[in-house]
Design a protein around this ligand. Sequence first.
Ligand SMILES: Cc1cc2nc3c(=O)[nH]c(=O)nc-3n(C[C@H](O)[C@H](O)[C@H](O)COP(=O)(O)OP(=O)(O)OC[C@H]3O[C@@H](n4cnc5c(N)ncnc54)[C@H](O)[C@@H]3O)c2cc1C
Length: 472
Amino acid sequence: MQIKNEHYTGSWDMEKDVVIVGGGGAGLAAAVEATDAGAETIILEKQTRIWDSSTAISAGSFAFAGTDIQEKQGGRDSNDLFYKDLMSVGKQKNDPKLVQTYIEHQLNTYYWLKKLGVKWADFVSVVAGMSVPRAHLTDPLELVRILYRTARKQGALVFFQAPVIGLLIGERESVIGVNLQERTGATTRIRARKGVVLASGGFARDPRRLANINPKFAGVVATSGIGHTGDGLEMAEALGASVKDMEYVKPSFELHVNGNTSEDIALLFLSGGIIVNKKSQRYVNESISYKDTGLLTLDQPDAIGYQIIDQKIFERQVRLAKKSSIDFGLGLDDVKIRFLVKGDTIEELAHKIGLLPEALRKTVDRYNGYVDGGKDLEFGRATLAGNYGRPVKLDTPPFYSFETRAHFLSTYAGIAVDKDMHVLTRSGDIPGLYAAGEVVGGFHGDGYHSGAALSQAVVFGRLAGRNAANRQ
Ligand SMILES: Cc1cc2nc3c(=O)[nH]c(=O)nc-3n(C[C@H](O)[C@H](O)[C@H](O)COP(=O)(O)OP(=O)(O)OC[C@H]3O[C@@H](n4cnc5c(N)ncnc54)[C@H](O)[C@@H]3O)c2cc1C
């Protein structure tokens, strides 16, 4: 599919107020807000159904601060702390204004989703980047269904198998519509009286762009939604849009070597496990963002890391999985347990996974010594995840290993936008063009605060949809 924008002055096959490219979390949230604001709205989705988007296939962990669930669990969280965590995990490279915009709307978005009927698990967890538990779990497919039904009920039209192949440009380089490729190969021109919202996701399935960013990314597997080929990004770039965070693109460390969906993801190192390479050596502070760990893993032998845990971590994570029917990376459910290799001793485990027993024993003993001494002399691990929790010793047999590789589930970089989600060039905005969700850059900076990709998609989608609808 070739992406190409076009200057256009001819007639139209269809007219709407707001045209949304992509029917995932950002696009559906945009449609709910746009229709609520009274705009005639259409979503164009290139896949055949709503459950192929990254939002639908995700692990369903949303970062929010200040919610009723946190309060019930006795946690103290605030916009200030959340802002600090986002900036800190992004190594202060994130766009502070964009992060602030998100912060201003995150909590009301949680309640907005709840009011629409989204059900949240009744506990919160800590994942990478969090100072306090703020990962809110929901069934992502059900969330997508709720947004879809709401948008449809409010009058939005949704076309499937409707890939947008380019933007249509009018006077003063403003965006006035889109070109849609029909199944027959014919092109349909849809006018957007008020605005076009790019909500087409990231570029995890654009190997050429990834290899250009870093040749090491060439063979890294993608697990994102299958539509993530960077179409919206390409359209916006061709119009001169600025991009952000491209230099920080990294794969995530969490996928089992034989896995390829979110069910095959485990983050046991964030619950106290360690990560070793094929030489049985630790190579990272396990508490940092799993994006950073992903990049470091590409430099290890065969680009593999083994998550190693003991029985007490195993039992805690099994209990966590039982608390919620929703699958996520921290809990150990039957699917993930199937991937674990077990050994009664560290030496037996090493033998079973093909590592040198003596070497793994030494690494675990050294790590346990650091925990006892209160200081990790090699990698400086002082927490379980982000700024939360204290490391624990691996001393309770049996022991387990989860053989892990890095993968691209998301790209966390893209188009520059302002606080109203207008797409920005170096000299101003592109009239009529908005962006939201993973296609946007500048929010994550050089890192990734878990759960913030999903919540960002909905928060920014809502803003983009409403602002496009209200454009004069
Ligand atoms: C396995 C997995 C687990 C994840 N888990 C989490 C998690 O727990 N927490 C978290 O915060 N993040 C998670 N993420 C990341 C998060 O899901 C995404 O960043 C987020 O859902 C992106 O939302 P979006 O609306 O931008 O993209 P999507 O939801 O993917 O929607 C984009 C849509 O645009 C469509 N599209 C693309 N190009 C075109 C075109 N040219 N024309 C028409 N349609 C087009 C696509 O087909 C797609 O349906 C996960 C991702 C994956 C893959």
